[in-house]
Ligand binder design. Structure first.
Ligand code: S3P
Length: 169
């Protein structure tokens, strides 16, 4: 079985995914890393040079290449649910866990805004507003694509890992 982590940027998909994979003796992969490797460009460069639509097409193509995977924790890019067809692909791949967090917590967890083209907004209040808008637009898609939802706002990485293990028992 695979475990697929979806959710907005900075909800902990990578940190949780790496620890979950270690704990369960599973492999870990990240779809953004696969895109960067395939395109030989950083995510911000792909957005700047080709636009978001192009990025989404590459992201969806990368998801297709995962269909043979097993015993893997897959951390996905926060916008992977934006393409309708990806919902089915994610579900076919394994158990889909949605990680959530409040806009304020998401904002506080952003390490470098330049790494995240959609949140590269210098003014903090404007950035929180943008996060809120994107979350509102996506919330239904996240819920539709997931089997389990976990709010990580007040949890440590280990607590989220334990919650996932409990949920998939
Ligand atoms: C995006 C999330 C990013 C990355 C890209 C777009 C999004 O991944 O795929 O910047 O639209 O939410 P992370 O969720 O890993 O930051």
């Amino acid at each position: 079985m695979n475990i697929i982590l979806i959710g907005f940027m900075c909800t902990g998909k990578d940190a949780v995914g790496i620890r979950l994979a270690q704990k369960l003796g599973m492999k870990f992969i990240n779809t953004d890393d696969m895109i960067v490797k395939k395109e030989k460009k950083s995510i911000p460069s792909i957005f700047a040079e080709h636009g978001e639509k192009y990025f989404r097409d590459v992201e969806s193509g990368v998801l297709d290449t995962l269909s043979g995977q097993s015993n893997t924790v897959v951390s996905t890019g926060g916008g992977i649910v934006l393409m309708n067809e990806n919902t089915e692909k994610l579900k076919n791949l394994g158990k889909v866990i949605l990680l959530k967090a409040s806009p304020e917590v998401i904002n506080s967890r952003i390490y470098n805004i330049e790494d995240r083209p959609l949140l590269n907004i210098v003014d903090e209040l404007e950035r929180i507003l943008k996060i809120t808008q994107l979350l509102d637009n996506r919330s239904m898609m996240y819920t539709n694509a997931s089997d389990v939802e976990i709010d990580t706002s007040d949890m440590s990485i280990d607590q989220v890992v334990e919650n996932i293990i409990e949920a998939i028992k």
